[in-house]
Write a protein that binds this ligand. Structure first.
Ligand SMILES: Nc1nc2c(c(=O)[nH]1)N[C@H]1C(S)=C(S)[C@@H](COP(=O)(O)O)O[C@H]1N2
Ligand SMILES: [Mo]
Length: 224
């Protein structure tokens, strides 16, 4: 079905990122820094009726829950600046997001103690798996704003995940659900040749070690 991982493996290495020496340690191997903001996703951009929009919480929880946008906005809000790294080889430094810490929301979710893994569900039919321990880091946000403005539709309005320490496909846009699990499962890209965990500083791009470096396929895509 999805040939993306295979296609990325066949093509030539990208140019080395041109960055100031003092920033170089923030750019993982094989990445190119961009000032622009690429837009990448599978499928259509969803639009929502915010009166009906809900974030569902299910799986290994004491009781299923659903949060409205207003309920989430009533939780403590944080603004943070972090770098992001896409597996298609662009990195963007100092991106500023506002939202709710996953960790803060977690206190309200009633997850069972055995639930060590999470599947993030998103539109349309997108899902990505992240260990609970990773989501509990201080810098993991459910973000509704970028650079002080509400997210644009294309960047994930009304709510997206931001997981700075993993490749950006883990940062699902248009999130609709948080599923707690006892056993890990693969999400959409993880089933289609990409790495289960996805640490950019270890170049955990693919599910197999036997790969060549991908090109900057994002150049052909949409940008802000
Ligand atoms: N729902 C959904 N979220 C998604 C994706 C997607 O296809 N669907 N693509 C991921 C990938 S591969 C990347 S690089 C980032 C891109 O986010 P951006 O378009 O805001 O740069 O979104 C991630 N989140
Ligand atoms: Mo990506």
């Amino acid at each position: 079905m999805h040939q993306k991982a295979e296609r990325l493996k066949r093509v030539k290495p990208a140019l080395k990122a041109q960055v100031a020496p003092e920033l170089a340690h923030r750019v993982p191997a094989g990445q190119t820094v961009t000032e622009r903001f690429p837009i990448l996703h599978e499928g259509e951009v969803p639009r929502y009726d915010m009166k009906k929009w809900r974030l569902r919480v299910f799986g290994e929880v004491n009781e299923e829950k659903a949060f409205s946008y207003e309920q989430l906005m009533a939780l403590p809000q944080v603004t943070q600046t972090n770098d992001i790294h896409c597996v298609t080889r662009w990195s963007k430094l100092d991106t500023t997001w506002t939202g709710i810490r996953f960790k803060d929301l977690f206190q309200l979710l009633g997850a069972k103690p055995e639930a060590k893994y999470v599947m993030i569900h998103a539109d349309y039919d997108y899902e990505t798996n992240v260990p609970l321990e990773d989501l509990m880091r201080e810098d993991v946000l459910l973000a509704h704003s970028f650079d002080g403005e509400p997210l644009t539709d294309k960047h994930g309005w009304p709510l997206r995940l931001v997981v700075p320490h993993l490749y950006f496909w883990k940062s699902a846009k248009w999130i609709t659900g948080i599923e707690f699990m006892n056993e890990d499962r693969t999400g959409f890209w993880e089933r289609n040749g990409f790495h289960h965990y996805a640490d950019p500083f270890k170049e955990q791009r693919y599910s197999s070690d036997d790969f060549e470096l991908p090109e900057d396929e994002w150049y052909g895509k949409d940008f802000d």
